[in-house]
Design a protein around this ligand. Structure first.
Ligand SMILES: Nc1ncnc2c1ncn2[C@@H]1O[C@H](COP(=O)(O)OP(=O)(O)OP(=O)(O)O)[C@@H](O)[C@H]1O
Length: 243
């Protein structure tokens, strides 16, 4: 099983009747293990919905989602919560750290929530990988935006998840800091074999991916391997993203 996530004919409709919005329309996609996949598309094309359905944060109206060998549609909310805590990691645009907790406490929070004892050696490695070994006692408010996102990435990695999902993980960062964070995400894929899937608006961010999926109007309309930012930007322009 080489796919970390497999979506088969996934549709998502919000609302009912005349007000219904089809956010995803029969999307079939494989997100390969040990790769960085970027999801791009114009505003409203369904990127967040795609990510939420792939991660078990939202339930498709029809179709199936498998995380590894686990079929998500057969799971109740309790089991989905457990799966989200143990098997997927999340990195958000707004970092979503707990201000009153130290860096180390923020990173180990998912373990405490799932009552798992931290593996000290792994925790040390994760903290070192994100470059925060000398900041573990600090609080988020004492860190730069880039450092806070590194804490969030460490928190996402600490459970050794099947997949790390990023929703605009560099959206709140300046260009240089964003590049550092993207390099770190790339390193987790190349150096740790992590699988990463991120939604982004930024062609430069997408160029760090192995593959870019392009969404338009709830459908995957194209994929691009070994993307460059210029090719991604040209494709987005053709999709009418920057009219
Ligand atoms: N909870 C909801 N209720 C109703 N409609 C929704 C809901 N969430 C999303 N939508 C609609 O579904 C469509 C896809 O939304 P989605 O947020 O997935 O797009 P997106 O590509 O992530 O957009 P953006 O780049 O602007 O964040 C949009 O038309 C949106 O208005």
């Amino acid at each position: 099983m080489n796919d970390a996530v497999r979506m088969n004919a996934v549709s998502k409709v919000y609302g009912r009747g005349r007000g219904a919005v089809a956010a995803l329309r029969e999307v079939t996609a494989s997100l390969p293990r040990g790769r960085l996949t970027a999801v791009m598309g114009p505003s409203g094309s369904g990127k967040s919905t795609f990510l939420h359905c792939a991660a078990g944060l939202d339930t498709p109206t029809s179709g199936t989602v498998r995380l590894g060998d686990t079929e998500l549609s057969s799971m109740n909310e309790t089991r989905l919560t457990e799966l989200r805590r143990r098997r997927v990691g999340f990195v958000f645009q707004a970092f979503n750290l707990v201000p009153s907790l130290t860096v180390e406490q923020n990173i180990t929070l998912p373990l405490r929530l799932s009552r798992t004892r931290p593996d000290k050696a792994w925790l040390t490695e994760v903290v070192a990988r994100v470059g925060l070994a000398d900041r573990t006692g600090h609080r988020p408010g004492q860190l730069s935006g880039g450092q806070q996102q590194r804490v969030a990435i460490a928190r996402a990695l600490v459970t050794r998840p099947d997949v790390v999902f990023g929703d605009e993980p560099t959206g709140a960062l300046d260009t240089m800091t964003a590049r550092d964070v993207l390099t770190l995400l790339r390193d987790t894929v190349d150096g740790m074999g992590q699988t990463v899937v991120m939604v982004t608006h930024d062609p430069v961010a997408a160029s760090y991916a192995d593959t870019v999926l392009f969404l338009a109007d709830g459908r995957i309309v194209d994929t691009m391997d070994a993307p460059s930012s210029d090719r991604v930007a040209a494709r987005m322009t053709r999709l009418g993203a920057w009219k």
